[in-house]
Design a protein around this ligand. Sequence first.
Ligand code: AMP
Ligand code: ZN
Length: 490
Amino acid sequence: MMQNQELKIYNTLTKKNEKFEPLHAPFVGMYVCGPTVYSNAHLGNCRTFVSFDIVFRYLLHCGYKVRYVRNITDAGHLENDADVGEDKIGKKAKLEQLEPMEIVQRYTVDFHNVLQLFNTLPPSIEPTATGHIIEQIEMTKTIIKNGYGYELDGTVYFDVEKFSKEYPYTQLSGRNLEELLNNTRDLGGQNEKKGRLDFALWIKAKPEHIMHWPSPWGEGFPGWHIECSAMSSKYLGSEFDIHGGGMDLIPTHHTNEIAQNIACHHKAPARYWIHTNMLTVNGQKMSKSLGNSFLPHELFTGNHSLLERGYSPMTVRFFMLQAHYRSTLDFSNEALQAAEKGFVRLMNAMKLIGDLKTSNVSTFNIQQLTSNMYAALNDDFNTPIALAHLFDAVRIINSVNDGKETITQEDKNILQKLMNDFVFDIFGLKEENTQNSNKIDGLMELIFDIRNQAKANKDFRTSDGIRDSLKSIGFEIKDGKEGTSYTMNN
Ligand code: AMP
Ligand code: ZN
């Protein structure tokens, strides 16, 4: 732990790198907008949650006691992120003739499984929108009482015009309010609203809407933005340290969340706003509606037209670490193949480190290496730079192993701890498939023995047959001076 260096976080609210000072150290409260569970999480969604996993892991590593709240949106998120249209989950439920809660359950389980494959830590609390209807109604009531909400025929709107006269409504997005007002389309059915930018806190349920609850304004359901305000206030208080999500949430969802919190508690919810950039494919945001998304399991199996072959979860995690969370990350087969090589090289070095021979002097400066690695993460969680320094360490490990450089016992202990901390605890990488590959090695030895026996008996039909059969299931074998070896195609 490098307590002597200070952590700086880029704050979307102030557009500055700021020193991280928790409100009640050593406690840290962090809220991240979770998924809307109406379909399988695609790789772009995963990137956002892996990025926050690094933030979570690094804060824990620094000794903070983090309460990480990540919600599940299981109601209220309408199509096009708007106030009108069908509920995303309700629509899927109708399409598949299932209960909305069956949809929710199916995709929540999928989301958890996928994030577990990527070795992300579970959040401390994972609240659902449907489990907090009462809190959302209460918050809406307070917003009305404080003069920032009004009811129209069973729907409650937030009065953006009134709010924006008193508070900088567009501070987070940095957009011009006038321009926004002029550019907002007049959506059909919303004409009664006082202002075009007003958004719904509570929405009256139409007869065909499946999920609805009783409220002081009649049967309805909560708006998408109020759930995050209600749940973050409930579990982290009206003011907490970090709020995060994908950059696409800045202009509407997060802007409205801030407005709701101020209107209810007279305080902005979070001090530091962290936003992650998008995973792109050929420069375009990966999204389900653009048809350029793939699911993690397609990536692992290689079963997708964009993929030349499959890549393992840790290869993909390593690939994500190679970009800073505020930069876009463009998917390509070449980049994943390079990541795979890097990951294997790193893991090989991790295996060597324990057995390195020590001597009286070290030919490198362990303090410098350590401080470089921490400096990178303290500079707004800069994983690509930290990774570059990690590879300085990999080079040193390999050189010491080759007898070209030397290391003292003391430095070896420090280096081993440093590498374990960064690779496993902070970056969340882990060994893959070693057990399975050991078993495959054993099986192959057995098959090679049978084949050698056949060859010795001049039974070439059997020996060639074994080779051809192995090839047809993806094992290429090669006879060399040192015996037979194999490569496994994905
Ligand atoms: P949703 O389930 O659509 O509400 O999205 C869940 C999270 O994934 C949000 O924080 C989005 O910002 C994020 N997200 C969606 N598409 C991408 C993408 N292509 N790259 C990175 N994050 C994304
Ligand atoms: Zn949210």
